[in-house]
Design a protein around this ligand. Structure first.
Ligand SMILES: *Cc1c(COP(=O)(O)O)cnc(C)c1O
Length: 232
């Protein structure tokens, strides 16, 4: 699949929305509860311009530098979300240029982001990334460390913790992704009950596993390949 024209992009978004609607129908969910984040990493600024033109709310980038450079080239109103691993030494850059950081996975990073947001005088919206599939190849806090990570984030006056994010392990067995997503939702339910923080956003599901994610309660699927084609 190659980089699409705008019309092709619109057709691909329609296909993804149909998949979301079908997964919602089987799960008895309202499709309006599931947002679509267009993942523009490794694609030209036109990818973000397409998303804005179609009225999508936000795009996702996985590298700070690439996101900062691309955002500077796109005038259209869009929110930019960081979905890739963030090192503490880039926390200030990320807090300056991104509307939300989904990949917050350590207390150290929470502290750096909290300080940066305070100095910038701008509250920063975040999600906590949890390695709910216990995948050695993935970033994210371990399940056992999630409560302490949440406590640290809630203690930061300039951070707004909106929910949790996970990436399912790559596997030929679709049940691996399904279990990962159910684990994240159950963790969210438990943490929300314990702390009183609603943690409404459950960012889970990508091009290959969005149906399982929606069935498990995803409120935001992050879709790259199905919209823009394969990345080099
Ligand atoms: C690249 C990426 C995606 C999109 O993956 P596709 O399989 O291309 O849809 C989603 N989430 C994260 C964190 C990513 O890095």
């Amino acid at each position: 699949m190659t980089f699409p024209t705008y019309d092709e992009f619109c057709a691909r978004v329609a296909v993804v929305r149909t998949q979301i609607a079908a997964a919602c129908a089987s799960a008895g969910r309202d499709p309006a509860e599931v947002g679509l984040l267009a993942v523009t990493k490794n694609h030209p600024p036109a990818a973000a311009e397409y998303a804005a033109r179609l009225g999508l709310r936000a795009v996702g980038e996985n590298r700070v530098q690439e996101g900062v450079e691309k955002r500077a080239q796109v005038a259209a109103p869009l929110e930019w979300e960081l979905i890739g691993h963030l090192q503490s030494n880039k926390a200030r850059l990320a807090a300056t240029h991104f509307d939300r950081v989904q990949s917050v996975d350590s207390v150290k990073l929470v502290n750096h982001l909290g300080r940066a947001a305070g100095e910038l005088g701008n509250p920063l919206r975040i999600l906590l990334q949890v390695n709910a599939g216990r995948d050695p190849a993935k970033f994210g806090a371990e399940l056992e460390d999630a409560p302490a990570l949440l406590d640290a984030a809630l203690a930061q006056p300039h951070l707004r913790v909106e929910g949790l994010m996970t990436i399912a392990p790559l596997s030929d067995d679709p049940d691996v992704a399904r279990r990962t997503f159910v684990t994240l939702r159950e963790l969210r339910d438990r943490l929300a009950a314990q702390t009183g923080a609603p943690l409404r956003e459950l960012s889970m599901g990508m091009s290959g596993d969005l149906a399982a994610a929606v069935a498990a309660g995803s409120t935001l699927v992050r879709i790259g390949t199905a919209l823009y084609g394969t990345r080099d």
